[in-house]
Design a protein around this ligand. Sequence first.
Ligand code: C2R
Length: 140
Amino acid sequence: MDDLNGKKSNNPLVSIIAGSTSDKEVYEKAIKVLNENNISYDLQIISAHRDPDKLDDYLKHSKVLIYIAVAGLSAALPGTIASKTDKPVIGVPVSAKLGGLDALLSIVQMPPQVPVACVGIDRGENAAYLAIKILNLRNK
Ligand code: C2R
């Protein structure tokens, strides 16, 4: 994991927030792609369900441009982040139970006005690739 932390930065462009360290295999896929593309990121393990105040505090002080939210089970995390930021949120459903269908539906089925982009189950790398495409808009 240490080598994957190479591009962690004080002024990150992307924030990866995972609900648990048990999602590590999935968020490491995103970290690998961000590192390969020299995109600075911050990694946080914060559960919206378990530690809502910590999430609130982090988001209030965060200056990143894009959030990648990795969560399994009843994946409230991406939607909660989306409710508190005007930046894009990309959700990654994790196959913790039910093959990840529970998390996929939780992330996709956001109510009107609070969109969350969603990549495939366990597709942490695609969340990073999508984040890079969004960041590329800055150079157009
Ligand atoms: P533990 O292994 O820590 O019990 O977590 C995590 O993302 C993980 O996949 C089991 C699963 O619970 C998920 N989790 C969420 C949230 N917090 C934890 N979906 C949340 O706030 O959405």
